[in-house]
Design a protein around this ligand. Structure first.
Ligand code: CP
Ligand code: NVA
Length: 305
């Protein structure tokens, strides 16, 4: 059984296959239309979602499967019922679960007790399905990541962690600029360093957004305040004040650099309106790629059984 919880569980070959499979699905969706016929996919979301929910919901339907959506209010993991009871119950009804959770441990616990594949639709620690779509977007618009400088500017959060994992496995030059106290997890960085020696990747952590943005092919940012961190808003707004992709920062990047954001965006915080609306911004192409990566992940996890 294959879960999709963390990119570090996948080999370089598996990630590259998921990317090429996503591109094949994008090119010829009809070829895949009945691949999951008769399967049921549960979408168990503790937090709001526009892109991830839509990508996995529509993606399931386009592959011939039937999605079943559960909101936080219906399930109330650990309040109405334990995670292990939910997981074992759903295993008897469904063929796969896509879950968005506050705590990463919840996803791990769901997977531990599940006899069907569990797909991570975002936790507080990782956002691997997002990063798969990001990789497709970069490959499509800029080519091989090994030849690029990609700058992530902002919070060392779930998206940042999955980017670090992906780059360290695939090889590539990723500069991560965060305020010191919001740098990515030490474990993620240590594991990535181990991969880097094999893949030739360069993961550079820094606090200067100018240094990160200088001559970059790709600028990437995400919310200063992720879901579940709302109580930290005041402190974060202060700490991240300078960590904004604006016209000045965009000018430091290479001519024709692309600007990425997983969305939802907070204009005037991590990105300015003028940058997100500029010709460099590829945020909607990036969001669209969520559909193809979601379908490739569904096929990877549910396609064999
Ligand atoms: N990028 C992303 O995961 O968007 P949603 O939170 O809307 O799913
Ligand atoms: N880091 C953000 C990503 C949203 C898709 C969050 O966790 O809220």
């Amino acid at each position: 059984m294959k879960h999709f919880i963390s990119l570090k569980d996948l080999s370089k070959k598996e990630i590259l296959t998921l990317i090429s499979e996503s591109c094949a699905i994008k090119k010829n969706p009809l070829k895949f239309k009945n691949k999951l016929k008769g399967k049921y996919v549960g979408l168990l979301f503790e937090k709001p979602s526009l892109r991830t929910k839509t990508a996995f919901y529509i993606g399931s339907l386009q592959l011939g499967a039937s999605p079943v959506y559960y909101s936080h209010h219906e399930i109330k993991l650990e309040k109405r019922e334990t995670i292990s009871d939910v997981s074992r119950t759903l295993s008897n009804f469904l063929d796969g679960i896509v879950s968005r959770t506050f705590s990463h441990n919840t996803i791990l616990e769901l997977a531990k007790f599940s006899s069907i594949p569990v797909i991570n639709g975002l936790s507080d620690f990782l956002h691997p399905s997002q990063v798969l779509a990001d990789l497709i977007t970069i490959y499509e618009l800029k080519g091989d990541i090994k030849k690029l400088k990609v700058a992530y500017i902002g919070d060392g959060n779930n998206v940042c962690h999955s980017l670090i994992q992906a780059f360290s496995i695939l090889g590539g030059n990723l500069c991560v600029a965060t305020p010191k106290e919001y740098s990515p997890s030490r474990n993620i960085v240590m594991e990535a360093k181990n991969h880097c020696s094999k893949s030739g990747a360069k993961i550079n952590l820094m606090t200067s957004i100018q240094e990160a943005a200088m001559d970059a092919d790709v600028l990437y940012t995400d919310a200063w305040v992720s879901m579940g961190r709302e109580k930290e808003r005041q402190g974060r707004k202060k700490a991240f004040k300078e960590f904004q992709i604006n016209d000045k920062i965009l000018k430091l990047a290479k001519k024709g650099a692309i600007v990425m954001h997983c969305l939802p965006a907070h204009r005037g915080e991590e990105i300015t309106d003028s940058v997100i609306e500029s010709k460099n911004s590829v945020v909607f192409a990036q969001a669209q790629n969520r559909l193809y990566s979601a379908k490739a992940i569904l096929l990877y996890c549910l396609g064999q059984n």
